[in-house]
Design a protein around this ligand. Structure first.
Ligand code: UDP
Ligand code: MG
Length: 332
């Protein structure tokens, strides 16, 4: 059970970063000036995802000079999702902001995002880089396609799933499972965890000031594969038989019918004394056989899936949001 944190503060800003030494000081100063002007109590969490430049030195210095700064360093590069995972775990603020370290996200947007969470009751607000300041062919176009597909798969009508600047109610970040490279699908994960008040705010986007993008072109392939996983989990993780059993049944029936037809024709020709080939000389025979076998395989996969779910004793795969009496003290 999660212990209630008594050191409540207004805001945690979580910043995952990889080799961003040129930006960090500027980002820190800009953030502090905006947040102090708003009168928030806040903390800034820098999660160094295995930088090999001077980033960590800078974070250490900033943390020495300002107790509101907390730095974490990964031993190696684990990826942005893992950095966010740690940030989410450590965040103590009532509202949590995530942003990139490369000065592409504008700190001036934060107060409006916080107001949307606090006053309009959103669980999560995602920014939308309406005018995107990135290379068109390598970034903007693939990103448009990605977002279109993500909208179709998830049914969430956001323009921009993968924007680094987002605001969350504290509870949300404590509940969404961040793994693999799922940071691209945070709104989707939030909905699956039962947080469905998701907002969007158009923001000004800025071109990268220093350094270069830390993601290669394989990001889109990974993104697409993750999307297929999510689609599958969303639709079939509770009932694998519906997918595999259905497919298996169709394949099996096709194979079975085809074999019946082939054998029927053969029997008819034999009966009539018409000269015929061996059935094993006919390609149709093998196609039908394959369909039959594939059908059985699919069916078994569905069946095994169901068995695994049956014997999965983890249970408790739910989330009690509220209860009328205080939780009893049970040993873990
Ligand atoms: N980043 C990270 N770990 C990685 C790759 C990126 O923490 O393995 C950080 C990076 O330093 C930046 C943010 O994630 O703060 C977004 O990365 P980037 O700006 O390179 O992505 P883009 O803007 O090109 O989508
Ligand atoms: Mg960037």
């Amino acid at each position: 059970m999660e212990k209630r944190d008594t050191r409540g503060i207004d805001l945690s800003v979580v910043i995952p970063l990889l080799n961003e030494e040129e930006s960090l000081e500027e980002l820190y100063r800009w953030l502090v000036s905006v947040l102090e002007k708003e009168g928030y109590t806040f903390e800034i969490l820098f999660i160094d995802d295995g930088s090999t430049d001077g980033s960590w030195e800078i974070i250490r210095r900033l943390a020495e000079g300002d107790p509101r700064v907390r730095g974490f360093r990964f031993r190696r590069n684990y990826g942005k999702s893992q950095a966010l995972h740690l940030g989410f775990k450590e965040a103590r603020g009532e509202t949590v902001i995530t942003m990139d370290a490369d000065l592409q996200d504008n700190p001036e947007e934060i107060p409006a995002l916080v107001r949307m969470i606090r006053e309009q009751g959103y669980d999560l607000v995602s920014c939308w880089k309406k005018v995107r300041r990135d290379p068109v062919l390598t970034k903007n176009l693939p990103s448009k396609i990605f977002n279109w597909a993500a909208r179709r798969v998830s049914g969430i009508s956001l323009h921009d799933f993968n924007c680094g600047l987002k605001a969350y109610r504290r509870e949300v970040v404590k509940k969404i499972p961040m793994y693999g490279e799922m940071h691209r699908f945070i709104p989707f994960l939030a909905i699956q965890a039962g947080f469905d008040k998701i907002g969007e705010k158009p923001v000004k986007h800025m071109p990268r000031k220093y350094g270069r993008s830390k993601f290669g072109s394989d990001r889109f392939i990974k993104g697409v594969l993750d999307m297929i996983t999510l689609w599958f989990l969303l639709r079939f993780s509770k009932r694998p038989m519906y997918l595999f059993g259905g497919l298996g049944l169709i394949m099996f029936l096709i194979g079975f019918l085809a074999i019946a037809v082939i054998l029927g024709i053969k029997a008819y020709k034999l009966y009539r004394g018409i000269p015929t080939h061996l059935v094993t000389d006919r390609p149709w025979f093998y196609i039908a056989l394959t369909a039959l076998l594939a059908g059985i395989q699919f069916f078994l996969a569905g069946f095994l899936g169901e068995l695994i779910l049956q014997t999965d004793k983890r249970g408790g795969d739910y989330d009690v949001a509220e209860q009328t009496h205080p939780p009893s003290d049970q040993p873990d």
